[in-house]
Design a protein around this ligand. Sequence first.
Ligand code: ADP
Ligand code: MG
Length: 558
Amino acid sequence: MTTGKINVSVENIFPLIKKFLYSDHEIFLRELVSNATDATLKLKHLTSIGEAKVEYGNPKIEVKIDKDNKKLHIIDQGLGMSADEVEKYINQVAFSGAEEFLEKYKDSAKDSGIIGHFGLGFYSAFMVASKVEIITKSYKDEPAAHWTCDGSPEFTLVPHDKTERGTEIILHIADDSTEFLEEFKIRELLKKYNKFMPVPIKFGTKKESLPKPEDAPEDFKAEEVEVDNIINNPTPAWTKAPTELKDEDYKEFYRELYPMQFEDPLFSIHLNVDYPFNLTGILYFPKMSADLQIQKDKIQLYQNQVFVTDNVEGIVPEFLVMLRGVIDSPDIPLNVSRSYLQSDGNVKKISNYITRKVADKLKSLFNENREDFQQKWNDIKIVLEYGMLSEPKFYEKAGEFVLYPTVDEKYFTLAELKEKIAANQTDKNGKVVVLYASNKEAQHGYIDIAKEKGYEVLLLDSPIVSHLIQKLEADNENLTFVRVDSDHIDKLIQKEDTQISKLSEEESTKLKTVLEELVPKATYTVQLEAMDSNAAPFMITQPEFMRRMKEMSQTGGG
Ligand code: ADP
Ligand code: MG
């Protein structure tokens, strides 16, 4: 028997471990299952290169609750450890890892945006256990070892009679953590963190009916058998090549990710890059409306198929956080603050890559089936318009697929629109005037008048439209946007045959005087040029500029 003292530089690390990441101590299970997965995949690798001359077989990981004895077991069939290796990897490597992590955390804790998702490793077991045992047998021909530690720096290490290869971790769950002895709790955690891990994870058993044979008689009763309850899907769609997957496979994976979502996504984007960083994933555009609620089905971030977080802020460009799906990248630093994340070069590259892929996909959807793209426009416009405002790289590409619908449901790109209206809609400064409505019902009178004059009227009804317009005008010198009920409409160059007013000048002046008594002059202008219209006898308009400034202050900075 060996007893020893783990080399501690901090007086005692364990109370620190218990305290630390208090709200997050459930991650112990993810850490231990990750270690079990690593051990299994290492063995796979060693057998594949011929270094380990053992049968790899179909290894699985088992998680087992022993409620009576207040124990939780995590059992793998991976490469295992010899006593020497336990000394080295558990007492030294794991410990130094945990210590280093805590050291780092202590400093960055001041920065409230810390992302402490990874790094504590094996010793996170002590966040929930008063005693931890490791029983392990190496794939090499060495006796099994039994390590025990009660949360003080002292440990014991003795031989064990375990014969099967692999490692069993036994947690003696502490009195303040008994929730981790509940089946529903463990299942919830396994589903949350390990749903897509690459080695099958068994949690209990379930009954399954054997398939009905071809020649089964009428009164055939399917035989029920007890089978392993495997909690995870080891080969989720994002780990496969895009060429292997059909549209239906993407939809099916969406349902797997979000079982409570009954509506199909509009389309998906498969991310797949291995240089200069590693990243895979699938993003989905869900149906979206302008009054978007804070959604709980968010993009999930994984590292090597291990769930990390669904807060992807700083990693995914801001305008895309409303999308759904997964991204998996080992290249995202996770024990850092948010501000660090935003300045990290690799993370910036990842964010740019995602932006580019999304823009490329939108462009190809537009090119391949414009009709379909137009139909989806209302459900995606809010994201795209926001992207144009917040992401210069996206804005650069947006001209190729962003649409401007008219009140009659025609859809133009900006270039198409300009070409269409250049001859007919210009103001006295020679600028092309884009007329738009923000509410078809409320502004129908103005819309009708404009249409009578042969103008195209766009329907721009997103909440951020005033910001977008501002940007488009800034970048297109000869373009000006004017809302259909604004006083600029009379400054458009009229076509020859457009009648202005049937009233005499005297009559006009009289009517105008009367109307101006009735409406607040400071905000509205009375116009009579549309007197001939069936739609409205006169117009009361508001200066474009004033109204827009007000709107922009209401919807915040762009
Ligand atoms: P990390 O996984 O980042 O290396 P951990 O603290 O989680 O850090 O684990 C430390 C080391 O202990 C691992 O690198 C591995 O060598 C060893 N280890 C932990 N769990 C197992 C296991 N189930 N089977 C074999 N080795 C293990
Ligand atoms: Mg680990």
